[in-house]
Design a binder for this molecule. Structure first.
Ligand code: G3D
Ligand code: MG
Length: 177
């Protein structure tokens, strides 16, 4: 039997979006199925690995967590380079956070020359929303992205979101064949 490392496809996925929207919490929830209300602010960036099986294909997701703070803006292009997919997060209780996504997406498109799947996630759906679902869906559609709503706190849709992206990566390489 082959070890997973030999037989798996590797996809680099970048998380992006402003600070405090829940990027690190979503990753921790997905990888460890755990929520902590006491996460340290992400410094710079780091990445986590998750192995998933989709359509009998082993897939290794390299999930890059980018610090959303402005002082790290110069590092963004380094992290976006070579990405197979991107995972954008905003906070459903913060209309401002949604407005920041188009800027992030245009810098991804400038950096990653080929077309990659981008998923937009409205996080914190356990709280009272300040953004209508239709508004976020319309923006996602205009940006040519998929859209989902999640909660890192309750775990709602978290696994689904990452699996959706892994499937989209798989479809994307199949299109290229
Ligand atoms: P970031 O990585 O995008 O900067 P974090 O965001 O994961 O650090 O989360 C920022 C704050 O939002 C944290 O609270 C975290 O607990 C909270 N949070 C993240 N996701 C959710 C969610 O789905 N629901 C709720 N209710 N809170 C969430 P603190 O208080 O530590 O700043
Ligand atoms: Mg963080």
């Amino acid at each position: 039997m082959k070890s997973l490392g030999e037989s798996s496809l590797k996809f680099k996925v970048c998380l992006f979006g402003p600070g405090s929207v829940g990027k690190t919490s979503l990753l921790v929830r997905y990888i460890k199925d755990y929520f902590s209300s006491d996460l340290k602010q992400t410094i710079g960036s780091n990445f986590l690995i998750k192995d998933v099986l989709i359509n009998e294909q082993n897939i290794r997701l390299l999930l890059w967590d980018i610090g959303g703070q402005d002082q790290f803006a110069k590092l963004r292009t380094i992290y976006f380079k070579g990405s197979n997919a991107a995972f954008g997060v905003f906070d459903l209780t913060s209309p401002q956070s949604l407005l920041k996504l188009p800027g992030w997406i245009s810098s991804i498109k400038k950096t990653v020359k080929k077309s990659i799947p981008i998923l937009i996630v409205g996080n914190k759906n356990d709280l009272e929303r300040q953004i209508e679902r239709s508004e976020a869906e319309d923006l996602a559609k205009r940006l040519n992205c998929e859209y989902l709503e999640t909660s890192a706190k309750t775990g709602d849709n978290v696994e689904l979101a990452f699996e959706k992206l892994a499937r989209a990566c798989l479809d994307n390489i199949n299109i290229g064949k």
